[in-house]
Design a protein. Structure first.
Length: 273
């Protein structure tokens, strides 16, 4: 048995002492989008601090808890507050919640984040369907001995973001009259925002959005065979494209403004899963 697997087992045990809810979908809420979890009827709530050995998010405005709820008919575990590499956690801890949601039953992972936009025609407030990612600027969460219980040593990455789920999201967006952008998400470590030159580089590499999360979570979920989809909420135009200086306050303010549109989309997508 690998150490990682032991750790997941201990976390599962803590949660199972509180709830026997079996989720189908794991939803990760990004910066400023956490309110979604307050708007569902929770069947159970487990604070991260109640889970043995669990990493705690330290970002202001991020709660740290799992909310178990039926979204429509779809049993869902919602991560209200994620853990970031820039907080000083190991990548293994960063992806532990993803592995835990899978072990609790979630076969589908729905990732959301706030991101800087650099795709052609992007404006702040846009929503972007993630079609692929670039994680080459952050450590791979699968480094180290392979946890064979979770997945293979060399996972295929040719279709991380499930094509059918992408189509579902497109269709729901269309039905809600939401113009949905699409593109590649690139993860940097943060916590500093990018320089204009780094954004030029990201653009040359084919990215349309940049952020500080998500890609490594998708790597770990793909390792375990989860079906993955993701939406970035473009909270600002990336450095050098925007004339304004970037701030976390701007990200949060834009998230508040876009939250109803975003939450409506997420809700309808999960209801159809
Ligand atoms: N860069 C990186 N992460 C972000 C940004 C950004 O511009 N906006 C929100 N998260």
């Amino acid at each position: 048995m690998s150490q990682i697997n032991d750790k997941i087992d201990r976390c599962v045990k803590c949660i199972r002492e509180k709830t026997d809810f079996i989720p189908k979908v794991g939803l990760v809420l990004g910066s400023g989008l956490g309110d979604f979890a307050d708007m569902v009827k929770a069947e159970a709530i487990v604070d991260y601090s109640e889970i043995d050995g669990f990493p705690l998010s330290t970002v202001a405005g991020h709660k740290g808890r799992f909310v178990f709820a039926n979204v429509g008919q779809t049993p869902t575990v919602i991560m209200q507050g994620r853990v970031h590499f820039y907080e000083g956690y190991s990548m293994e801890d960063v992806v532990l919640p993803i592995r835990l949601m899978n072990r609790l039953g979630a076969k589908i992972l729905f990732l959301t984040n706030a991101a800087g936009g650099l795709g052609d025609g992007f404006t702040s407030g846009d929503l972007m369907l993630i079609t692929d990612h670039i994680s080459s600027f952050v450590p791979n969460p699968l480094l180290g001995p392979n946890a064979d219980e979770l997945g293979v040593r060399f996972p295929d990455m040719s279709e991380v973001y499930d094509k059918e789920l992408q189509e579902l999201i497109r269709n729901v967006a269309k039905a809600q009259d939401i113009s949905l952008k699409e593109g590649v998400y690139l993860q940097f470590t943060g916590p500093s925002y990018e320089t204009p030159s780094e954004i030029k580089m990201a653009k040359l590499l084919g990215a349309s959005a940049v952020g500080m999360s998500t890609a490594v979570e998708a790597v770990a979920a793909n390792h375990m065979g989860m079906k993955i989809c993701g939406i970035s909420f473009i909270s600002n135009l990336a450095a050098g494209i925007s004339k304004d200086k970037l701030s976390h306050e701007e990200v949060k303010a834009c998230a508040d403004a876009v939250a109803p549109k975003f939450q409506g989309l997420v809700r309808a997508v999960i209801e159809s899963m």
